[in-house]
Design a protein around this ligand. Structure first.
Ligand code: GTP
Ligand code: MN
Ligand code: MN
Length: 629
């Protein structure tokens, strides 16, 4: 194992704990006190301040390899495979809490006898209790890593800084890919406040029923993810898995981020950001909110099949957006890497991702091939028939086996800069100007390929009404259609009703040039259960219609649900497959009647008095329109 050359032997101490590789002098006083506080709670063996250097990264990778947490993938350049404990494979929504004095600041009060689905609240007292039941001594005999990180380009006025304290070297390596970390960040921070992020993989109770291997320590039975928005504080225990442990992402950039955004008058959203250049050379930016595993990463890197179009990627998961002085909505991607779903990714569905992910990547829970590569469902054509496959649990796997080779929520963690279609302005500290916002979900029935909101209020209603078939990104398993407003249901940092008011209030921003809002659905199926729309690269045809629409071409016609493409306005030239456009755009009355019922019940049961009148108005208008179908 390579020695980290930056480690010196004349330790300084924080409290009684040796500081491995840095000087306390380099630490702003507030950072020092936070480290001291966490160290006295968790009692680590030593403390390691991450500087973000290449040597440090190599040192940590070596350490993880030695422990059996990761193994090298010699087929590629600097790529690694991590296998988690099978009990620690996805975000855990039921164990994710927001803590505020007043419950209603966090969640709307559901109708009596109904379980709230718009987040989990915990009292500050119970949060403290949960911490004290888990954290004291939890890092015993292990190193505590301190990661100064910036969400957004270091120094941009959009950006926010956090300090993550963790006992997982895997988390450090992934945070190094997903965010900007290290010295520069501490220098920029100075003695300002930061988001406090404490993470431990935990130590299971002695009578734990879950088999824990030493290569992936975790405590699934007591996993808990806690947020305290009024103190900008995140505490995560028991899971090493991405969304639960890379605290810059969902916890900070979305949950804490959305509460900061509300207070400061901007938006923190679960959205991709892409640039699209049309055949006339005009470049526009689009954001899109789809629920987890519903196509954000795919669309963000899309290779258009329509000639003359170019798509470049700014981000694939999170957008921070605010109106500038001129009233333009500007967005940055606060992240520095992709943490993307692996299964389904291949040279046909996402060729640009395939060009991105085979360098400097950490894969988690994918299958391995005997020639030192990776495999997942959807990669059948990309590997030769004679290689042997080991599944995500490390067992021999044969083609045609009943269990999947890769876990359905297996992921690649890759630096954004590896993406061949990254937008040259992706790190612009002023953000990129947004013309269009898309909402969408996985809807096998009834929802047309594309329709447009008539105005901002209608658009906010469409976002609020989003539903989608459950995916493997969280613990849900059935193929039920779940409500997932704004694709934010698992990520709201505060009361969804207040969130809707915040979105509605954007019309009051001075000079605001409000983006046009659309709803898309790539996933509609016919009676045989086959997708009606070929999707992927062909989605460029939908984007083409959207751009022509915002350019004022006469291509739309009003319908019960919003503006639909005029007959024949949709570019179907050279479309490889026969597509039943009539079925794809049909609005079955009985379906929409049921949809209106679902929405009414959801808003009544889940949002109640916190539902803005404007949203109720839009629902009644939709109900009325559907009646007339
Ligand atoms: P998170 O990263 O979890 O937030 O999800 P995501 O929205 O980035 O999801 P991703 O792009 O990884 O989508 C994953 C799944 O959607 C894969 O199974 C894809 O094959 C499927 N998918 C994406 N685009 C399309 C499409 O246009 N048509 C169809 N049929 N499937 C698609
Ligand atoms: Mn996501
Ligand atoms: Mn993604």
């Amino acid at each position: 194992v390579a020695k980290n050359p930056s480690i010196n032997n004349n330790y300084e101490y924080i409290g009684k704990i040796p500081l491995l590789n840095s000087s306390t002098k380099s630490l702003p006083p507030k950072v020092y006190s936070y480290i001291e506080e966490c160290a006295s709670l968790c009692c680590p063996k030593d403390i390691f301040i991450c500087d973000g250097s290449d040597t440090e990264y190599e040192h940590l990778l070596n350490f993880l390899e030695k422990n059996g947490t990761i193994s090298p993938l010699p087929k590629y350049e600097n790529c690694w495979l991590a296998r988690t404990n099978p009990a620690d494979v996805a975000r855990v929504e039921k164990r994710t809490f927001i803590s505020t004095e007043c419950k209603r600041d966090t969640i709307p009060i559901p109708r009596e006898g109904v379980t709230g689905e718009l987040g989990n609240w915990i009292s500050p007292k119970d949060m403290d209790k949960a911490i004290l039941e888990r954290f004291p001594g939890c890092m015993k005999d292990r190193t505590m890593y301190v990661i100064p990180f910036s969400m957004g380009p270091v120094g941009s006025s959009f950006s926010k800084i956090g300090i993550e304290i963790t006992d997982s070297a895997y988390v450090v390596c992934c945070m190094r890919i997903m965010t900007r970390i290290g010295k520069k960040v501490l220098e920029t921070l100075g003695n300002d406040d930061f988001v406090k992020c404490l993470h431990s993989v935990g130590v299971p109770k002695r009578d734990s029923k879950i088999e824990i291997n030493s290569s992936w320590p975790c405590d699934p039975e007591r996993t808990i993810i806690l947020h305290r928005p009024d103190k900008n504080e995140i505490v995560s225990y028991g899971s090493g898995y991405g969304g639960n442990s890379l605290l810059g992402k969902k916890c900070f950039a979305l949950r804490i981020g959305s509460t900061i955004a509300k207070d400061e008058g901007w938006l923190a959203e679960h959205m991709l950001i892409l640039a699209i250049t049309d055949p006339k050379g005009r470049k526009r930016y689009i954001t899109a909110a789809f629920p987890s595993a519903c196509g954000k990463t795919n669309l963000a890197m899309l290779k258009p099949t329509l000639p003359g179009y170019k798509i470049e990627c700014v981000g694939d998961d999170i957008a921070w957006m605010r109106f500038d002085q001129e009233g333009r909505l500007r967005a940055i991607n606060p992240e520095n890497g992709f943490f993307g779903v692996a299964p389904g990714t291949n040279c046909i569905t996402n060729p640009n991702a395939m060009k991105t992910i085979f360098k400097n990547t950490i894969f988690t829970n994918v299958a391995a091939t005997s020639d030192g590569g990776v495999f997942w469902e959807g990669m059948e054509e990309e590997i030769s028939d004679d290689v042997e496959i080991t599944d995500w649990r490390g067992k021999k796997w044969t083609r045609g086996s009943k269990t999947p080779a890769a876990h359905p929520n297996s992921r690649f963690c890759t630096p954004i800069k590896e993406c061949p279609v990254i937008d040259p302005d992706w790190e612009d500290s002023a953000g990129v100007p947004i013309d269009v916002i898309l909402f969408g979900g996985r809807r096998p029935e009834g929802i047309p390929l594309i329709y447009q909101a008539r105005n901002w209020q209608h658009g906010v209603f469409i976002g609020a009404s989003m539903r989608s078939e459950a995916t493997a990104a969280a613990e849900h398993t059935d193929k039920v259609i779940m409500h997932d407003p704004f694709a934010m249901r698992p990520f709201f940092g505060y009361n969804f009703g207040h969130y809707l008011n915040h979105w509605l209030s954007m019309t009051e921003v001075k000079n605001a040039k409000l983006p046009a809002i659309f709803h898309v659905n790539w996933f509609r199926k016919n009676a045989d259960g086959k997708y009606l729309w070929p999707g992927f690269g062909e989605n460029s045809r939908v984007l083409d219609w959207i751009l022509r629409r915002i350019d004022g071409e006469d291509v739309a016609v009003d319908s019960a649900v919003g503006l639909l493409p005029k007959l024949g306005s949709f570019n179907l030239e050279n479309l490889s497959k026969d597509v039943n456009m009539e079925e794809l755009f049909s609005l079955p009355k009985s379906f929409w009647e049921k949809e209106v019922c679902h929405l009414r019940e959801y808003f009544d049961m889940q949002v109640g008095d916190d539902l803005p009148a404007a949203i109720r108005e839009e629902l009644e208008l939709l109900a009325c329109n559907v009646d007339k179908l």
